[in-house]
Design a protein around this ligand. Structure first.
Ligand code: C2E
Ligand code: MG
Ligand code: MG
Ligand code: MG
Length: 279
């Protein structure tokens, strides 16, 4: 009796949902192991100015999974944020970023490069964040003005005064801030204007159809103007075609661009090689 009731109760579970829960649990376990083994690394994507000169790179996380090979951030950052594991992963990646900057600083062809690092809200609001960033730069002997922290509007969901205060401390050392995926979040301009930002990144979703969608074209133009009025450098992400480049940089004065047109994310050696080739 009890046994059959148990079996019936079991049937209330949707097998698809149960499979999803199991794969989530497995992924979380694998992430914990990956942190202990240091399986995270970066690929770097060029950021170029209107003349096509590479001024910096964005560091994009990858997970070297023992069986699955290189895993993209879309498959693990979300769960890492939900579970809080992003704090440990972020610390590991922060150290990698500073070590990379140190290596580039030692070579004339690459010493001008800045590195843009993505920071999750959860990481940013962690009690040790400011100290961690400064300590890692210091340990690597890297000038703080080589580092750009990319934050998103989701940061603003938490205490705005504390957010501004933290940013001010980091900015005082020379670190710069970029607002990533601009236009896709929920922030109001009233909040945004309070942040001590240096750069605005136009999200790829607005750039994608810029040639065919008048609204997207107008939005991109407006974002460039808005950024400039606020005194920010404007970067467009996901630039894939010559037409998009022309429209953004030549017609509307977008300062910097990033996208497959200029280069996909590659290991650090690929960046050094392309800087040497441009010399
Ligand atoms: P994001 O910061 O907006 O990064 C841009 C994403 O667009 C990257 O995807 C990049 O590979 C991709 N992309 C660049 N150019 C093009 C293009 O021309 N066309 C297309 N279709 N895509 C392009 P990726 O590397 O998969 O990263 C996805 C997201 O994961 C990032 O979006 C960022 O939000 C997050 N992420 C990446 N690395 C980190 C990290 O170290 N920490 C945290 N917290 N988040 C990270
Ligand atoms: Mg980014
Ligand atoms: Mg972005
Ligand atoms: Mg984006």
């Amino acid at each position: 009796q009890a046994k059959s009731a148990g079996r019936n109760a079991h049937q209330f579970f949707d097998p698809a949902m149960q499979a999803a829960v199991e794969s989530r649990t497995r992924l979380e376990g694998e992430l914990r192991r990956a942190i202990l083994r240091g399986e995270f690394l970066f690929h770097y994507q060029p950021q170029v100015d209107a003349e096509g000169r590479m001024l910096g790179v964005e560091a994009l996380a990858r997970w070297r999974h023992p069986e699955r090979g290189l895993v993209a951030p879309g498959e693990f950052i979300g769960l890492a944020e939900e579970t809080g594991l992003i704090v440990a992963i972020g610390q590991h990646l922060l150290r990698r970023a500073c070590e990379q900057l140190k290596e580039w600083a030692g070579v004339p062809a690459t010493r001008h490069l800045t590195l843009s690092l993505n920071v999750s809200a959860r990481q940013f609001h962690h009690a040790d964040f400011v100290d961690m960033v400064l300590a890692n730069l210091n340990a690597a002997g890297v000038a703080p003005d080589r580092l750009v922290l990319e934050i998103t509007e989701s940061l603003l969901l938490d205490n705005i005064d504390e957010t501004v205060a933290r940013m001010e401390v980091l900015k005082a050392s020379g670190i710069r801030f970029s607002i990533d995926d601009f236009g896709t979040g929920y922030s109001s301009l009233a909040y945004l204007k309070r942040l001590p930002l240096d750069e605005l990144k136009i999200d790829r979703s607005f750039v994608k159809d810029i040639e065919t969608d008048e609204n997207d074209a107008a939005i991109c133009a407006a974002f460039v103007s808005l950024g400039h009025i606020l005194g920010l450098r404007v970067v467009a992400e996901g630039v894939e075609t010559e037409e998009q480049r022309y429209f953004l940089a030549r017609v509307h004065g977008c300062d910097m661009m990033q996208g497959y047109l200029f280069g996909a994310p590659v290991p650090a050696e690929g960046i050094a090689a392309s800087v040497r080739a441009a010399d």
